[in-house]
Design a protein around this ligand. Structure first.
Ligand SMILES: NC(=O)c1ccc[n+]([C@@H]2O[C@H](COP(=O)([O-])OP(=O)(O)OC[C@H]3O[C@@H](n4cnc5c(N)ncnc54)[C@H](OP(=O)(O)O)[C@@H]3O)[C@@H](O)[C@H]2O)c1
Length: 324
């Protein structure tokens, strides 16, 4: 019998409980897949706590996974049973051993990329790509700040930014995380739980500040990140792992003619051509060695609560997946 994590109420990690579920046959344009690896994202914590009210309860959380095509609905072309596929989808339903999903969200996993890696990359890798190209086209001459540089997105973002020629200053919550961030291309890593990251960024940039600050930590760092900007600097807030940001007075941006963006991956990959182009670029950067990525930490699907606990306790580095 297929199993899934069914969210019946908002709350702490303990509300993530596994249940037997029935899976409908795939309708027109849909595919049924047996999932072998499910990506865990901070987004899932926001959904579990109710910070994001985007999943109707009871419902199965989870936005990304990898697995094998079992059967096809009418009209699906270009896929066959047995194909290895991965996806991210705003339709939720990822935390499951099997599911039905629109074929238009699936990409084939290239040979040489494991299911585990693919499941951990669809959101985090495409987010890194979104951040270093369409959100802000990085190149030599850019000096950037990346918070949570040893996190799932962070390690990929640092590597990609460095590859494009940017000078990368990271922040991390421990010395062990700092070592990983350095290996991923950070020139300097600030231990922001004990050091004043604004003062250190000013020091490291000769008082000038950074061109781009990538901030996914939110509440605890957002206003400090703005203080780290050089004139005409770009503040990119793409998450809030420490909590939601207090409302901001727009006039603050005038201090250095700053720009502020709050990108969401869904909008950058909303169409099939955009998804295909970005996924192809992501997999190409893995094939050519631009990104070197460790296999993610894997926990059983039934231990989704433990994955969330570790993520929120800042115990993880890189990506985490669940294995059904
Ligand atoms: N906008 C988008 O489209 C998009 C897409 C994907 C991800 N995201 C965002 O990107 C961020 C990273 O996602 P991820 O899944 O890769 O997670 P992650 O970075 O692996 O984990 C979050 C990290 O944030 C840091 N952190 C700082 N303060 C924290 C706090 N109070 N509680 C918990 N963590 C804290 C921790 O690193 P340290 O211990 O080093 O501080 C922690 O490891 C999240 O904010 C997520 O929402 C956004």
């Amino acid at each position: 019998m297929p199993q899934a994590i069914m969210l019946r109420e908002h709350g702490g990690p303990e509300v993530l409980r596994v249940e037997d579920v029935n899976i409908a046959a795939p309708g027109p344009g849909q595919v049924r897949i047996r999932q072998t690896a499910v990506g865990v994202n901070f987004h899932d914590c926001y959904v579990r706590t109710g910070l994001y009210q985007t999943l109707k309860l009871p419902g199965i959380p989870g936005l990304e996974a990898a697995g094998e095509v079992i059967s096809l609905g009418d009209g699906v072309q270009g896929l066959a049973p047995g194909d290895r596929v991965a996806y991210f989808s705003a339709a939720y339903g990822g935390y499951a051993s099997e599911r039905v999903i629109g074929a238009d969200r699936l990409v084939k996993i290239p040979a040489g990329v494991s299911d585990a890696l693919a499941a951990s990359l669809m959101i985090k890798g495409l987010t890194a790509l979104m951040l270093v190209k369409p959100v802000h086209a990085l190149g030599p001459g850019d000096t950037i700040l990346v918070h949570a540089a040893a996190g799932g997105v962070g390690l990929l973002l640092c590597q990609w930014a460095r590859h494009l020629g940017a000078r990368v200053i990271g922040t991390a919550g421990s010395a062990e995380k700092a070592a990983l961030a350095k290996a991923a291309g950070c020139e300097e890593v600030i231990l922001y739980r004990s050091e004043d990251f604004v003062a250190r960024v000013r020091d490291l940039t000769g008082g000038k500040g950074v061109n781009v600050a990538y901030d996914s930590v939110g509440k605890d760092t957002f206003y400090g990140s703005m203080e780290c900007l050089a004139d005409l600097g770009h503040l990119v807030n793409f998450g809030q792992s420490s909590g939601p940001i207090e409302p901001m007075a727009v006039s603050l941006l005038s201090k250095g003619s700053y720009t502020l963006t709050r990108p969401m991956l869904f909008h950058y990959c909303a169409t099939r051509p955009a998804l295909e182009a970005m996924a192809a670029e992501l997999f190409a950067t893995i094939a050519d060695g631009t990104l070197t990525i460790a296999e993610p930490l894997a926990l059983p699907l039934a231990e989704a609560h433990e994955a969330h606990r570790r993520l929120e306790a800042r115990e993880t580095t890189g990506a985490v997946i669940l294995t059904p």
